[in-house]
Structure formats: C-alpha cells, structure tokens
Ligand binder design. Sequence first.
Ligand SMILES: [Zn+2]
Length: 131
Amino acid sequence: MARCHEKVRNQRKDYHHKLSFRLAEEYDAVAVEDLDLKAMSRGLNFGKSVMDNGYGNFLNMLSYKLEQRGKVLVKTDRFYPSSKKCSKCGKVKETLALSERTYHCRCGNHMDRDVNAAINIREEGKRLLCA
Ligand SMILES: [Zn+2]
C-alpha cells in the first residue's frame, strides 16, 4: 500500500512537472487561484484529498519555472469570488452549491462552473497585472 501510494505520488509529480513546464513555455503570465487549502479541508470536509492533491507544490513548480523565464505567476486573492461571479455580467451570487456544476445567471449566461471560474481568474489576473 505504501509503495502504491508512493507510485501515485511520483506519477502526479511527473505530470505536474510536465504541465508546469508547458505552461511556463507557452504563456507570459499565468493566473491562478490562491486557495486556502487548510481552510478548505476543514470547512468542506474534503479532508486529506485536497491537502494531498499537491496544488501547493504544483504552484511552486510553476512559479519558479515562470520566474526562470522572466514571466509571472499572478495569484488572485483567496477571497476573490471566482466561482460565484458571472463572467459575462459581473454579478456575484450569494450562494453557489458545490453540486451546481453549471453556472446559471439571469443575464442569460449558462456555462460550465469551472469554465466560468477560469474566465474570472484570467480576467482578475489581467487586472492585477495592470494595476
Ligand atoms: Zn450574468
């Protein structure tokens, strides 16, 4: 079991290296969400899986690879409502259940929740870069 776990971790690390390399080569700036993983694992009962997914390690890899190339990693504030905000009209929902996989807004915007959030993070990243 321990060995199996180690293998999974190594594969993931390898994947993270490749992905961060590709991103750093391809883009001049990458915007990411600065997640409070500890708070998430406490608040949402994701427990170990969130802590374990290596997001923090991945960001570190990405950050130094971008830096080596004179590029930047922009982190949106952890309170920035990337999921709750409509990427079309900017309206922010008060609540958004984790089970809602599609974002619906009164302005007519219906899109995948993660795509909506990704657009918001990109736009916020641009704003932060130009501030
Ligand atoms: Zn909207």
